[in-house]
Design a binder for this molecule. Sequence first.
Ligand SMILES: NC(=O)C1=CN([C@@H]2O[C@H](COP(=O)(O)OP(=O)(O)OC[C@H]3O[C@@H](n4cnc5c(N)ncnc54)[C@H](OP(=O)(O)O)[C@@H]3O)[C@@H](O)[C@H]2O)C=CC1
Ligand SMILES: O=CC(=O)O
Length: 323
Amino acid sequence: MKPHVYVACKIPDETESYLAKHVQYRKWEGPGAIPYEVLLEELAEADGLLTSGNKIGLELLSRAPKLKAVSTMSVGYNHFDLDAMKERGIIGTHTPNVLDDTVADLILALMLAVCRRVPELDTYVKQGQWKKGDNDVLFGLDMHHKKLGIIGMGRIGEAVAQRAHFGFGMDIVYHNRHRKPDAEHKFGAKYAEMNDLLHEADFVVLMTPLTPQTRHLFGRNEFAQMKPTGIFINASRGPVVDEEALTEALQQGQIFGAGLDVFEREPVQPDHTLLQLQNVVTLPHIGSATAQTRNDMAMLAAENLVSALLGADPQNVVPELRK
Ligand SMILES: NC(=O)C1=CN([C@@H]2O[C@H](COP(=O)(O)OP(=O)(O)OC[C@H]3O[C@@H](n4cnc5c(N)ncnc54)[C@H](OP(=O)(O)O)[C@@H]3O)[C@@H](O)[C@H]2O)C=CC1
Ligand SMILES: O=CC(=O)O
């Protein structure tokens, strides 16, 4: 008997064909995201779940007695309750590496959009405000040859450093809990304590995972250390930043601007104060959202799940759940 899998997110046809060869599966057909109650009902008989962000906690696990493996189509797995999964012996997998370049491209896009005020000036042209002689009101800040501070120099952080250093001649300074001699060698990156990095950097890119240690890692104290010309980019997870503190820093001119792909609550509400500020560029959590990369992520997530259910070693068990 093939194992039973429930697919709670949209996946491409190619991934469905792969799944059909190895497992029996049912899937959420939409519209929108699967309601939690429906997911609980569907998991009553499932051996495996393919998801892209559903909270995997105690309640869900208690309603899924046969569940052996959960595969998320994302590199971040802050929606996994790791203790609960460990307790139940659930195999949890994710999709690292395949999205690094795509996410890094988007981060560079955000950096440029903020420093050269791209969305603001796009509106300026489209609304007919462009007049001859108003050049200096259109000035932005340079990105090339400036200093980039990366907090969370992991797989994606390195892809950002590579682009910034070799493409834009930027100096790289970084902060992790552990030094990365490899990144120091490849990009001439300099290791710094967080406060030193914040004082020195012209651009600060936040790329840590969301963990109990990184929740509100960025607050009033951190923004206060940045340069008034500093640009802050968050494409990690919203709750790593205290949004009230960020809003104040932007309103009070403590920093020049921010680029955000992620928010404390998603979707962010249209009346959120941050969205009213001209010096913020916002995106709807689309770091990995190209057709090619999402296809690769879906296939990797399916392969991880099939391996876990058929007793092979999945490639990408999340570190905290490795045996
Ligand atoms: N916007 C989007 O669409 C996307 C967002 N993401 C987010 O990006 C995150 C990073 O992905 P990825 O680069 O693959 O992950 P990695 O695990 O490769 O890198 C994370 C880095 O963060 C560092 N880190 C972890 N905890 C801390 C801490 N407390 N203080 C300082 N540094 C810390 C780690 O170094 P060390 O262990 O030495 O501290 C590591 O170098 C994901 O977890 C996800 O949340 C990912 C993809 C797309
Ligand atoms: O946010 C996306 C991810 O892959 O993590």
